[in-house]
Design a protein. Structure first.
Length: 207
């Protein structure tokens, strides 16, 4: 098999990026890279997903973590996916207020775009039985992320409405810890990303 030129991709985000709950320890990010490598791509894959991380947490850490893994002499790229943890209620208020979530995200993506090819994937759905208003907060955040990415010319995948219709994702999350699916749920997420034109542009160096 003849491999394409080497590339390094950092996946930055929260527990869904990490693949929490997947007994195969791949998540969606590991799956799309493994599948790409099987057909000839030469991808070095870095998973920088941290459980419970908010946009505030990611804003503080992402640059140092990415620069260490993507030195300028290599073909480096970043895929971001986060936002859900900002919407969690703690002590009567969200962990990160809406305005700060938007400012953090704009700051992260604006700088990242100056340094590397970048993709952004919105927050995945989570059915919070104790906080029925959370669904709308996630939707609002995902829609605002779309506007930020449009402004910065960053490809954006709003995965929320797609996965919300997925019985596999929703039912596995309910049966697991209430939030994270198992292998089949992450495989569903991976298939959505693999059908996204921007993912193909990224790995074909045409983004």
């Amino acid at each position: 098999m003849q491999y394409l030129p080497e590339m390094r991709i950092c996946f930055v985000g929260d527990s869904f990026v990490n693949g929490t709950g997947d007994p195969e320890c791949l998540g969606w990010a590991g799956r799309i890279c493994a599948n790409a490598n099987k057909i000839g791509y030469d991808i070095t894959y870095y998973n920088l997903g941290i459980r419970r991380d908010t946009t505030t947490d990611i804003a503080k850490r992402w640059l140092q973590e990415v620069i260490l893994r993507l030195p300028q002499e290599y073909n480096g790229k970043i895929v971001f996916s986060f936002g859900l943890n900002d919407t969690t209620l703690e002590n009567g208020k969200t962990r990160v207020n809406f305005t700060d979530s938007i400012q953090n995200t704009h700051q992260i993506l604006r700088l990242a775009k100056q340094l590397y090819p970048v993709l952004m994937i919105g927050p995945a759905p989570y059915q919070d039985q104790e906080d029925p208003e959370r669904r709308q907060r996630i939707i609002s955040l995902a829609e605002k992320f779309a506007l930020i990415c449009q402004e910065l010319s960053i490809p954006y995948l709003n995965i929320f409405p797609i996965l919300e219709k997925s019985n596999i994702w929703i039912n596995q999350a309910k049966a697991n810890d209430g939030v994270h699916p198992k292998a089949e749920g992450y495989a569903e997420f991976a298939q959505i990303v693999e059908k996204w034109d921007a993912w193909h542009s990224l790995i074909n160096n045409s983004l």
